[in-house]
Design a binder for this molecule. Structure first.
Ligand code: ZN
Ligand code: ZN
Length: 433
């Protein structure tokens, strides 16, 4: 049986309140022991993790791998390679592919391609409505049977309140989560950036913060009626934080995620029409960033999620109005979170790891994101002090639409182990590494 012994690392496992120096022995796809391993391990691959963090395999619950339909931007294979390079042992793919993932066969396709790629573990969310058109409910039951872990029309919000209510009632029939890209199109459909001073100066149509907050507020009223687990994707405004806080105070089953770009940039970044900063929801104001960071600190944010959205350079070179929304950030995400949250002292390492492991797993109802003897061996090894320069040309992702290109950052993913196999940097068996 393939064995890996990770020695002398700082094991951080927030799910079990563990933060201590320990060895971790993997046998096959299972964690065999956490503690002091003194038995003979001459047949094991031995990794010296002194000075390194040994954490549960990281989880990103919001990525776009573009397959089927836009394989020139990303495939499940290239996205999976990018994921493990970023330390992610599991990711959740969004269904806004072409065609949309709105049926059982499409869900099975994504799983199959994920298994073939044999890098990160691929989960998938199905669309709430057929073709993500917001009109007719998709076959959520059949998709759930095929393994879809939740539902969203991400890329757009479900506009029609009665459709959303029916979706929640339908989803209440089985244990699943409904996630929403909150945006009321009547307040933002033509917009390409945050509505405010900068959009006025640049002459670009804006998306009002209210577009996000109105839909979030509406959905929470529907949650009160249905009791369904509801997840607000990539919240971006101070007003959304308040709405989430109120929902949580009422003990509603409401969760939310924050993306790195909403913690790192204001809409000032768009001053020279650089489309690498064109994202949806858009970059907001310094006040919004402060509110999001405070929400992370207060525990109101359940997960950090990249919203990794690869696009071709030729598309991003279009004028600002026509260019697509999105940033590719899967491979440098950990360092971005460190810059946004650890370096300013907002959270410590165990809290950050929790926001990337057990807490996102709980949002999606996954039995992942923890380390336990006898449990699945998904492990990420991180050098917290390593400094490096982000180089988008070296991404495993097919796309380099990354405004962080050239940034000097800290914290490097050393290894990503998925189901007991070293999937990043490469598979190594029975040798000293
Ligand atoms: Zn979205
Ligand atoms: Zn998205």
């Amino acid at each position: 049986m393939n064995k890996i012994l990770i020695k002398n690392g700082r094991v951080i496992d927030p799910a079990n309140n563990v933060d201590r120096k320990a060895d971790l022995l993997i046998a096959g796809d299972t964690v065999e022991k956490i503690g002091t391993v003194s038995e003979d391990c001459s047949d094991a691959t031995i990794i010296d993790a002194a000075g390194k963090l040994v954490t549960p395999g990281l989880i990103d619950i919001h990525v776009h791998f573009r397959e089927p339909g836009d394989e020139e931007e990303e495939t499940i294979a290239s996205g999976s390679a990018a994921a493990v390079a970023g330390g992610f042992a599991s990711v959740v793919c969004m269904p806004n592919t072409k065609p949309a993932i709105d049926n059982q066969t499409s869900v099975e396709f994504v799983h199959r391609m994920g298994r073939q790629a044999r890098k990160t573990f691929i989960y998938v969310m199905g669309a709430i409505t057929k073709g993500r058109q917001g009109v007719e409910l998709a076959e959520m039951g059949l998709m759930a049977q095929a393994g879809a872990i939740g539902f969203t029309d991400d890329g757009a919000g479900v506009q029609d309140t009665s459709v959303m209510l029916r979706a929640m009632k339908y989803a209440a029939m089985f244990d699943t989560v409904i996630a929403q890209h909150c945006q009321d199109d009547s307040l933002g459909t033509c917009g390409v950036m945050n509505s405010g001073y900068n959009s006025t100066i640049l002459g670009l149509p804006g998306i009002d913060p209210l577009a996000e907050e109105m839909m979030l507020w509406r959905d929470i009223q529907l949650v009160k009626k249905t009791g369904i687990r509801y997840h607000a994707q990539h919240i971006s405004t101070a007003g959304s934080v308040k709405i989430i806080a109120q929902a949580k105070a009422l003990n509603l089953p409401v969760t939310c995620e924050v993306s790195p770009h909403h913690l790192l940039f204001t809409d000032d970044a768009i001053s020279d029409y650089d489309t690498n900063y064109k994202v949806n929801p858009p970059l907001r104001s310094a006040k919004d960033i402060d509110a999001l960071k405070q929400a992370v600190k207060d525990g109101l944010v359940d997960a950090l999620a990249t919203d990794h959205a690869p696009h071709l350079q030729s598309e991003k070179e279009l004028e600002f109005l026509a260019a697509p929304f999105g940033i590719a950030s899967l491979e440098c995400a950990l360092s971005l979170y460190v810059k946004a949250l650890i370096e300013p002292g907002i959270v410590d390492w165990p809290s950050l790891i929790s926001l990337m492991t057990n807490r996102p797993a709980a949002v999606m109802g996954l039995d992942r994101g923890k380390l336990a003897e006898g449990g699945r061996a998904d492990v990420t090894i991180i050098d917290p002090d390593a400094e490096y320069t982000i180089d988008a040309d070296k991404f495993y992702s097919k796309s380099g639409n990354c405004p962080y290109d050239g940034w000097k950052v800290k914290a490097k993913v050393e290894k990503t182990i998925v189901a007991g196999e070293i999937r990043y940097p490469r598979r190594v068996r029975n040798s000293r590494v």
